[in-house]
Structures are given as structure tokens and as C-alpha cells.
Write a protein that binds this ligand. Structure first.
Ligand code: ADP
Length: 478
């Protein structure tokens, strides 16, 4: 099949979170299965120079936008049998940040029009257009309702994957009428409207041929009021077309046996190398360099979703009562950054904080830590727990979404399981789960088993890629 994906981020070019991991990995796996895969991305100026140096400049295509035809140059590169096409627009994508700009609505509405222009160009024919999150979720609506896409209509099927229902892309009505030049008649419940604004993700849920999300448990959760972010009635309507497919991990990018960002490579047969990484972390953060002190970590966007409020309740007590060390790598809401900074001041030599985004440091922490904390209130899939398990770091998590599907409480009698869970919906305390992990840490044969169970888990993309291929085949037949 000819599959085209469109998204706002993708490793190795640009990443702010798990979406980039998925859009970086799934195409490569689909290509391995024999599909023809193209990924369309904005040509952000933040894409590293050395990557951009590899791009070839292609033709310019006309993109209809706000009463004008905007001429946009395409750049291409091929990696791992996947074709990447970058859409240039310096005004929209030549920014220091990829999101959080006042004109985000306009920027991604333009990108959506550009994606369709690329497809009309016919150089990259497609059977399936796979879209990701709100940034590209308007496309199925534009494709269906704009007669300018007559040549694509019917033949091109769309799949929308929701990576996080919380981010919906809600913008003023003018985006529809002025920027997209679409008729006001679509500004209603059956169209793009959402409480007086345009909602991109809602529109995608209504118009895509198939909607998927990134774990079976999250799929079930978003049908409920508690997790549905207001869109659950619409998701209920599309229930038959809503499927949960668990994300995989790019096991060559996240491979402790070959990872050059860490101090010493290791695998499940030689976990001793993990100790070298632990000492490297301890030395970097000025901690005592002792293998027997449990080293806890968290690598995360600092947002409400991630359960920082839970850590506010539990971490000071944990650090008070136990001989443990804790490192946080993350950035986000100021209140949370301040909490962690204060924690580092209150517990010198025991807690440390690195505010920022640092991929190599993330790898070193995954490799060097013993325990990974993930008290997310909701988690569509979560990649951090998968990466930690692959690096022999044991997750302690809330039993929700993708965490519920991938982390299993260790059962000492059976020696089965790969982590520790607390179920916030049942009132379980996260403190208990951390204490269970710390108790087990003292029993080295069990701890070794938990680590190995995690390291030997199958988190590869090949299973998920097959499921996506089945989804594509299903919609293509309609
Ligand atoms: P989300 O997509 O909700 O942010 P995921 O767990 O799915 O959460 O994916 C997060 C990804 O981003 C992981 O690869 C994680 O290692 C990475 N990450 C998060 N924060 C940072 C940071 N400050 N520095 C480096 N990597 C980070």
C-alpha cells in the first residue's frame, strides 16, 4: 500500500514528546513490511543544520490559503526506506518553538492545506493518509468538503491517531472562513464547531474514516466522561471505528547495548554495566557514588497529566524516610519546576533537578536509574515506562491507559511482572507502590528478576505496525 503520514513532529528531525517517537518509528516498520511510506512534516528551522544539509530541494507547490496561493518549496530526504517531505514556510515554521505561538491555528491550518497540495501534486500517490493529533486533524474534513480535492475524494482514505485527547486545537471561527476559506455552513455541531470555536481534533474524529489511539485501555477510557475531555459523546458515536493499538518502541534507537549516549553499554545478560551508568549519574549530580542506594528518576513534561501533584504529596516523605536518591529531568509548568527546584534545595545530595530538554541526559538516566516514577493521572500510551524497562529501570506507575497495558505488578511467588502499580481510581497511594519497590530492591535476586523481565519484554514496533497495516487494509476496502 501507498501510505502517507502527516504530523507535526518526528524523530530524528524534531521532537517535543512521544508523538515524535511514534512518527519516527512506525513508518520504518511499515516500510520493512513492504509498504511505500512517505512522511510529510513542516520544515521547521529548529531541525538541526546537519539534518537539513541532507535535504534536497524539490519543486514549489501552490497552497491555497487565506484568499491567496502561497508558493511553498518542498524538501525531501530518504532514510530507512522512508521518504520524508518537508513543507517550507519561513513565516510559519521559522520559529524557535514549534508550538505555543499565538498563530498556531493558522500555522497548522496552512500545513493541512499544504499536505493536501502535496498529495494533489501526484508525485507521492497515496491510498492511505494517516494523520496524527490535532495539528493535521482538519484534513479529512477539507478533503471531503472542498471540491478542489475532487481528484482525491473517495480514493484516498484517512486514519486519525489520537496521541493525547487533551490537546484538541481549539481556535476562533475565522480560521474556517478567513484562513481556510471554507463556507460558514460547516460551523455547526455536525461540522467543525465546538462551543463557539473551531475544534480541529473534534473535526478529525467526525470526518476521518478510522480513528485510532495508542493503547487498548486508553481507547476504552476515552469513551467515558472521566477521560473523554468532553469529546466522549462523539467518540461513542464513532465507537465501531475506534481502535486502540499499543505503541512500540524504536528498539534500535533505545538500545542499551549500543547506545552511545550512555557511559557503558549493557544488556540483560550483563546488567553490571548498568552500575557504571548509575555511578555516572551520581557523579554528575554530586550524589554519593554507591551502588546500593536506590536511584529514582523521572523524565517528563511537567504538566498536570503527569501527576506531579502526587509527587508533591509523596516525594518529600520518601526522601525523608529512606536512603534514596532522586533526579528529575523535565520542563513545563512553572509551579512544578519550582517544586522540584525546592526539593533539590531541601534535600541536598539526595535530590537533583535538571530543568530542560536533554536527550543524551535522558538516555543516561534511563540507563543509570533503578526506579522510574510515572504517577500519570492519564496516559494514552506512555513511552517512558517502555524505555525504562528496556534499560533495566523498574517503573512505578498509576494503573491507567497504556501504563495499565504495559506495566504489571511484580509477583514474588511467580517471579512474574515488571514493575509496581498503584490504582489511583481505587484510592491506592503512590507512596505504597514506591515503598513496595524499595522493599523489593533490597532482595537482589527478586530485583534482578524484575529488571530482566522488563528488559526482555517485547516492545518492538513490528506487532503494532502489523495492526496498523490491518487497519489500512480495512479502510482501503470500503
Ligand atoms: P508524552 O508524549 O505525554 O510527553 P511519553 O512518555 O509518551 O509522554 O513520551 C515522552 C518522551 O519524551 C520520552 O521519549 C521521554 O524520554 C522524552 N522526554 C520527556 N521529557 C524530556 C526531557 N526533559 N528531556 C529529554 N527527553 C524527554
Amino acid at each position: 500500500m501507498k501510505i502517507v503520514m502527516a504530523a507535526s513532529e518526528c524523530i530524528p528531525f524534531v521532537k517535543t514528546g512521544g508523538l515524535a517517537d511514534v512518527v519516527g518509528s512506525l513508518p520504518k516498520e511499515l516500510a520493512k513490511l513492504g509498504h511505500d511510506v512517505t512522511v510529510i512534516l513542516p520544515k521547521y528551522s529548529v531541525i538541526p543544520e546537519e539534518q537539513q544539509a541532507e535535504f534536497s530541494r524539490g519543486e514549489e507547490i501552490p497552497v491555497p490559503f487565506a484568499e491567496k496561493m502561497v508558493s511553498s518549496a518542498l524538501f525531501t530526504t530518504v532514510q530507512h526506506e522512508v521518504r520524508y517531505v518537508f513543507v517550507e514556510h519561513d513565516g510559519y515554521f521559522g520559529r524557535e518553538q514549534i508550538y505555543g505561538q499565538a498563530d498556531d491555528g493558522e500555522r497548522f491550518a496552512f500545513f493541512s492545506r499544504a499536505v493536501l497540495a502535496v498529495l494533489q501534486n501526484r508525485e507521492y500517490p497515496a491510498d492511505i493518509l494517516h494523520l496524527h493529533d490535532w495539528h493535521t486533524a482538519l484534513i479529512p474534513f477539507l478533503l471531503e468538503k472542498d471540491h478542489r480535492y475532487k481528484d482525491l475524494q473517495g480514493a484516498l482514505k484517512t486514519v486519525l491517531t489520537i496521541h493525547n485527547l487533551q490537546f484538541q486545537g481549539v481556535f476562533p471561527k475565522e480560521l474556517l472562513t478567513a484562513s481556510l476559506q471554507m463556507d460558514e455552513q460547516y460551523f455547526n455541531e455536525q461540522g467543525v464547531e465546538w462551543y463557539g470555536n473551531l475544534n480541529m481534533l473534534k473535526t478529525g474524529i467526525l470526518f476521518a474514516d478510522k480513528v485510532t489511539t495508542v493503547s487498548p485501555s486508553y481507547r476504552d477510557e476515552i469513551l467515558t466522561e472521566q477521560y473523554g475531555e468532553g469529546l466522549h459523546p462523539l467518540l461513542q458515536k464513532r465507537k465501531a471505528d475506534l481502535q486502540g493499538i499499543l505503541n512500540g518502541l524504536d528498539t534500535s534507537f533505545y538500545n542499551p547495548a549500543t547506545d552511545l549516549a550512555i557511559e557503558m553499554e549493557f544488556d540483560y545478560t550483563s546488567v553490571e554495566g548498568k552500575g557504571v551508568n548509575k555511578r555516572a549519574v551520581q557523579s554528575r549530580f554530586g550524589f554519593r557514588q554507591r551502588g546500593d542506594i536506590p536511584l529514582l528518576t523521572m523524565i517528563s513534561r511537567l504538566a498536570g497529566q503527569k501527576g506531579i501533584d502526587v509527587l508533591k504529596e509523596t516525594l518529600p516523605g520518601i526522601l525523608e524516610k529512606n536512603d534514596v536518591q532522586f533526579v528529575l529531568l523535565g520542563s513545563g509548568e512553572e509551579q512544578y519546576e519550582q517544586f522540584f527546584q525546592k526539593l533539590a534545595t531541601d534535600f541536598p545530595g539526595k535530590a537533583a533537578v535538571y530543568i530542560g530538554f536533554d536527550e543524551p541526559l535522558a538516555h543516561l538516566l534511563y540507563a543509570g536509574a533503578d526506579i522510574f516514577l510515572m504517577p500519570s493521572h492519564f496516559e494514552p500510551c506512555g513511552l517512558s515506562q517502555l524505555i525504562s524497562m528496556r534499560y533495566g529501570t523498574v517503573p512505578v506507575a498509576n494503573k491507567t491507559g497504556g501504563l495499565k497495558d504495559t506495566v504489571h505488578e511484580y509477583d514474588a511467588a511467580q517471579q512474574a511482572g515488571n514493575g509496581f502499580l498503584s490504582d489511583f481510581s481505587k484510592g491506592d497511594s503512590f507512596d505504597d507502590a514506591i515503598q513496595r519497590a524499595l522493599t523489593m530492591y533490597q532482595q537482589s535476586s527478586h530485583w534482578d528478576k524484575i529488571k530482566r523481565n522488563g528488559m526482555q519484554g517485547d516492545y518492538s514496533w513490528s506487532r503494532s505496525a502489523k495492526e496498523y497495516a490491518e487497519v489500512y487494509a480495512g479502510v482501503a476496502e470500503r
